[in-house]
Design a binder for this molecule. Structure first.
Ligand SMILES: C[S@@+](CC[C@H](N)C(=O)[O-])C[C@H]1O[C@@H](n2cnc3c(N)ncnc32)[C@H](O)[C@@H]1O
Length: 258
């Protein structure tokens, strides 16, 4: 997806982002717990959330982990990072930078090396994932872990047909991301986590109208309205129930942690 377009999308969405993503009270703690488990996070780890957005998950990970070093929240969108709070909480450090800026060394992090980092639903915004993931992997300490959390190549969301088709066009395949991590010299492994979403139909239609997924920004207002009509006809039920499935692609650098 075109860069400027993506930036504009998140600048506009920033203030409402958390509202759209908190489907229910359990979602953020559940996902944050899965991320912390997969990365085997410990309180002394030096951690970064790359493409952290508003820090929704970093905040919860920090709450569960009580890290000794602040979790670095890296995102190119200042508007998204501003949602961390002013000033940000002591256990989170915002850094305005893209994954590429970190990978290429254009932005230096406060930690020489990282023990763990994750990219949750941000890898699809990276122009050259093979190169960028290699650059990020190079920032890992011995024994360091890198987790890519992403939607699978196909999803079962109750969206209109054209949106589902465009998702499949744009979404990178987790298997290819796993290959990139191997090529970057990491031991890599692909697994999935899933939970059931229950969301009032009218709330979900409002999220679609607000273009809660960046792919929806590729549709005009009239295409979105037409899509919403299609969704209304296909889903007369007042509460939409559908699986939310995520690929977890985990890479691990060899060697013993210091
Ligand atoms: C779907 S949001 C996910 C935010 C957060 N990880 C979450 O799960 O709530 C995607 C985020 O990726 C960020 N982003 C866009 N391009 C990026 C890039 N090249 N490198 C890192 N992050 C990027 C956007 O600014 C946005 O905050």
């Amino acid at each position: 997806m075109e860069r400027r377009y993506v930036r504009g999308h998140y600048e506009e969405l920033a203030a409402e982002y958390d509202e759209h993503w908190i489907y229910g009270p359990d979602y953020v703690p559940w996902m944050s717990g899965r991320i912390a488990d997969a990365l085997r996070l410990g309180p002394t780890d030096r951690i970064a959330d790359i493409g952290s957005g508003t820090g929704l998950f970093a905040r919860e990970v920090a709450k569960q982990l009580q890290p000794r070093h602040p979790v670095l929240c890296v995102d190119p969108s200042e508007a998204m990072l501003r949602q961390l709070g002013t000033p940000p909480p002591a256990d989170l450090t915002p850094i305005v930078a893209s994954a590429e800026d970190i990978a290429e060394g254009r932005t230096r992090l406060p930690y020489e090396q990282l023990d763990a980092m994750w990219l949750k639903e941000s890898v699809h915004h990276v122009a050259d994932p093979a190169r960028t993931l290699r650059g990020l992997a190079d920032r890992l300490a011995p024994g360091g872990r890198l987790l890519v959390v992403m939607l699978p190549a196909t999803i079962q969301y109750p969206l209109f047909e054209a949106a589902l088709a465009r998702f499949e066009e744009l979404q990178p395949d987790p298997v290819v991301i796993e290959e990139h991590l191997r090529a970057a010299g990491l031991g890599a492994d692909l697994s999935h986590v899933e939970h059931e979403l229950r969301i009032e139909r009218e709330k979900y239609l409002g999220m679609v109208r607000a273009r809660y997924m960046s792919l929806l920004s590729t549709f005009s207002d009239s295409e979105i309205e037409k899509g919403i009509e299609e969704m209304r006809a296909a889903h007369p039920e007042p509460v939409l129930v559908f699986p939310d499935r995520f690929a977890f692609v985990l890479g691990r650098r060899g060697g013993r942690p210091a």
